[in-house]
Design a protein around this ligand. Structure first.
Ligand SMILES: *Cc1c(COP(=O)(O)O)cnc(C)c1O
Length: 227
C-alpha cells in the first residue's frame, strides 16, 4: 500500500497519460464542458482494479452485472466516492441487482427494460441517472435502440415515462471511421435537449471528445490489453 508500490506507480503513470490526452482534446474542442473518464474494468480482478483506485481514479465501468457483483461491493465498502457505471446489456431479471450495484445505467435500449425500471421505481427505488444506448451503426449483432427508432424511444422515456435519462451512449462500428457516428449521436442528443454523451474508447476517445463526448469509456489504455 505504500507510495512505492510499483503497481500503483504504473497505474498512476497510465492514468496521468490518459487524463493528459483527455484534457488536450477537451481544450482543443474549446468551451468549458468537462469530460469524465470512466475506467472500464471488465475482466479485471479486484486485485487489478485496486492500484487504479489507489492512483486516484473513482469512476469505473463494467459490462456484466454478475461479474460486477462479484468484485464491487467490497471495493465500494473499502473506498469512499466510487461511482460505477453499467455499460453492458441489462436483462430485465437483473434490474434489481443492477440498481443495487450501479450508480449510473448507460444501456437503456428497449421498452421492456424501461418497464422494469418503472416497476422498480413504483416499488420505491430511486432510479439512477440513465443513458439511452443507440445502435448508431444499425449493426445486427449490437445492442441499442436502432437509429430510426431512437427519436420515438427517447421521447417516450423522457416525457411519457418520466425516466431520469441524462444522455445517450453508443459504440460505433469497429471497422469504420468513428467521427461521423459520434457526430450523429451528438445531433440526436441535442435534438432532445440531452447534455451527456458517453462515447469514445481507448482507440478513439480523442475523436469522441472533439465531437462532444462528456464521458469516455477507457479500458485497455489504462489496464493494458485484455487477455
Ligand atoms: C470494453 C468496453 C469499453 C472499453 O474498451 P477499450 O477499447 O478497452 O478502451 C468501452 N465501452 C464498452 C461498452 C465496452 O464494453
Amino acid at each position: 500500500m505504500s507510495a512505492a508500490n510499483p503497481k500503483v506507480e504504473l497505474q498512476k503513470q497510465r492514468l496521468r497519460f490518459v487524463l493528459n490526452r483527455i484534457e488536450a482534446a477537451r481544450v482543443a474542442r474549446g468551451g468549458e464542458a468537462p469530460v469524465e473518464l470512466i475506467a472500464v474494468s471488465k475482466t479485471k480482478s479486484a486485485d487489478d482494479i485496486l492500484p487504479l483506485i489507489e492512483a486516484g481514479q473513482r469512476v469505473f465501468g463494467e459490462n456484466r452485472v454478475q461479474e460486477a457483483a462479484g468484485k464491487w461491493p467490497a471495493l465500494k465498502a473499502a473506498h469512499e466516492g466510487l461511482e460505477l457505471h453499467l455499460i453492458g446489456p441489462l436483462q430485465t431479471n437483473k434490474v434489481g441487482q443492477a440498481l443495487a450495484l450501479f450508480d449510473v445505467i448507460q444501456t437503456l435500449d428497449r421498452p421492456r427494460l424501461a418497464g422494469a425500471l418503472m416497476a422498480a421505481r413504483d416499488n420505491g427505488v430511486t432510479l439512477p441517472p440513465l443513458f439511452v444506448q443507440v445502435n448508431i451503426g444499425a449493426e445486427a449483432q449490437k445492442a441499442g435502440v436502432m437509429p430510426d427508432e431512437a427519436d420515438g424511444f427517447i421521447e417516450q422515456c423522457l416525457n411519457e415515462w418520466e425516466l431520469p435519462v441524462v444522455g445517450l451512449m453508443c459504440i460505433p462500428p469497429a471497422d469504420e471511421v468513428p467521427g461521423p457516428f459520434f457526430d450523429k449521436l451528438a445531433a440526436l442528443a441535442a435534438a432532445h435537449g440531452l447534455a451527456q454523451l458517453s462515447m469514445g474508447m481507448s482507440g478513439d476517445f480523442e475523436v469522441a471528445i472533439a465531437e462532444g463526448a462528456s464521458h469516455v469509456r477507457v479500458g485497455s489504455a489504462l489496464f493494458g490489453a485484455r487477455g
